[in-house]
Design a protein around this ligand. Structure first.
Ligand code: HEC
Length: 493
């Protein structure tokens, strides 16, 4: 089911190259020794080697692997000089899917890259896999890329969280949690809480504690089912747990939104940690906009801030307000399904599903009122007027709103130069129009938007992997693709 097309090619290649691989293995031991023990490397040479390593990670690793493990074993690997490799990098080879880099690098940069690649190929060549073959280069306004399908066979994937070793945790709204490792999806992970998987509810977002490497905490948001009620009622809750093999252990429910209702929509919920260890998430208005978002005595229609163990930060804006829920950070929200921190500024950004024509992008600040349902740019889905007002004293304006509504979901800032021209842009999935929106911001103003991956399917989430690539989760059929940047187009520099 989870066919990685490279495996097929690999099988054919494996047989052909098995004998060669044994020989090459012996040769490579010599190589490795040479690399470590070479006393001749002087400082200027090692500077060039360092920038070659950087260039490799930025321009090549997406297709050839971070550890140079994705190259088809071929004779250039054993050639005495590097001229063949240099030629391949400079002029590419369209037929085999290798782009040309003549316009990206100078000859000396190409020479440094060629020797970096040749020396860095893993010793045991039987472990090599072929490079990712572009299914077609996608051209966009400023950045070309290739769409590589990583995971298939899913249903409605929601949360994505990369473990430090590169394994990917994937939550499915239906109430399943998987680990994707070595090109395979695990059996469902045991130990999840009681989940109300109904309508928009289910197992929702995932994120790791900022200090996961030391404490192993995984956070998940979900529609908690009230097991004491005869009727299925519930609300958004947050659990943390540790992963042991294929099981969650030491589960702690650290937050339960109140009140529970039997409504199956507007659970909000994307999770984001800031650098001080505060956890942010939204809960939607649960479909009762006149009851909840403007009142502080309940958790619905709010953005919340809690500590990593569920306790309340002492400086939360409403801790001293009588009758207010102390976890509230901001209020007057409809249904926020994108929550993220700009890693450069520390600001909290939230995308929200509005009514017809009123989806919003908000910059969220403590204690502020974002106006729902008193002010809004949208109308009811049946065409009736919801409110005449778009502004009011004491209520915040969105940074941006979408008309028509795109149904914005997961979003992320890209702050890595892996996609040079997209650096510092914001990416938001559109469920309704089935594309990925790229937003160019100048501080708090949207300067430009571009639709990427149009028609790919309902985009549920977008995250950046530890190695800087954009991963996109798509619904029905559920799959996860990643965008591999191609940097060979002079006109787009
Ligand atoms: C879009 C994907 C992609 C990118 C980006 C890419 N390559 Fe390739 N490259 C390929 C494919 C596909 C092949 C052929 C199959 C294989 O070697 O596994 C290939 C082949 C090669 C070869 C062997 C050429 C030959 O004639 O057999 C070298 C050397 C190489 N790439 C180096 C690089 C370097 C260095 C970079 C970064 C500057 C790079 N590649 C970037 C996809 C890519």
């Amino acid at each position: 089911m989870f066919i990685n097309r490279t495996i097929l090619i690999l099988k054919i290649m494996k047989r052909t190259f098995f004998i060669a691989a044994v020989v090459l293995f012996l040769v490579s031991i010599g190589f490795a020794g040479f690399k470590c023990g070479n006393p001749e490397i002087n400082s200027s040479k090692s500077g060039a080697a360092e920038s070659a390593a950087r260039n490799y990670q930025t321009y090549c690793a997406g297709c050839h692997g971070e550890n140079l493990e994705k190259f088809s074993a071929k004779k250039w690997m054993d050639e005495k000089d590097n001229s063949g490799v240099e030629k391949s990098i400079k002029y590419g080879n369209e037929q085999i899917g290798m782009p040309a880099f003549a316009k990206t690098f100078s000859d000396s940069e190409i020479a440094a890259l060629a020797s970096f690649v040749k020396k860095g190929i893993p010793g045991d060549k039987s472990l090599l896999k072929p490079a990712v073959i572009p299914g077609g280069i996608v051209e966009s306004e400023v950045q070309d890329f290739v769409v590589d399908t990583v995971v298939t066979g899913l249903d409605v994937p929601w949360g994505l969280a990369f473990l430090p070793n590169g394994d990917l945790l994937i939550s499915e709204r239906s109430g399943k949690l998987y680990r994707f490792a070595n090109d395979k999806l695990s059996a469902p992970i045991d130990g999840l809480p009681d989940i109300m998987a109904k309508g928009q509810g289910g197992l929702l977002d995932l994120c790791l504690h900022p200090d996961y490497a030391n404490n192993g905490w995984i956070y998940m948001s979900y529609s908690a089912l009230n097991t004491k009620s005869v009727k299925a009622t519930g609300n958004t809750a947050i659990m943390r747990a540790r992963l042991s093999g294929n099981k969650l252990i030491e589960q702690q429910v650290i937050f339960k939104g109140k009140p529970y209702t039997d409504r199956g929509h507007h659970f909000g919920s994307k999770l984001a940690f800031d650098k001080n260890g505060h956890l942010f998430f939204g809960i939607g208005d649960r479909g009762q906009h006149f009851d909840f978002p403007q009142k502080l005595d309940n958790d619905n229609g709010k953005i919340h801030r809690i500590n990593d163990d569920g306790t309340i930060p002492k400086d939360n804006p409403f801790v001293k307000t009588k009758g207010a829920m102390p976890s509230i950070y901001s209020y007057g929200h409809r249904n926020s399904q994108g929550t993220c921190i700009n890693p450069l500024t520390g600001e909290l950004w939230v995308s929200e599903h509005g009514p017809r024509g009123g989806d919003e992008l908000n910059l969220v600040e403590p204690g502020k009122n974002y106006g729902w349902p008193v002010i809004c740019y949208g109308i009811n889905y049946d065409g009736t007027i919801l409110t005449e007002r778009t502004e009011k004293e004491g209520m915040e304006q969105p940074v941006y709103y979408w008309n028509p509504s795109i149904a914005p979901c997961g979003m992320t800032f890209l702050t890595d130069d892996r996609y040079r021209k997209w650096n510092n842009n914001l990416f938001i999935g559109s469920l309704r129009f089935e594309y990925l929106e790229r937003i160019v911001l100048n501080k708090h103003t949207v300067m430009h938007t571009e639709k990427l991956l149009q028609g790919i399917g309902r985009v549920r989430n977008v995250v950046v992997s530890p190695d800087g690539l954009i991963y996109v989760a798509i619904e029905n059929p559920g799959k996860i693709v990643r965008l591999i940047p191609i940097e060979s187009n002079e006109t787009k520099k």
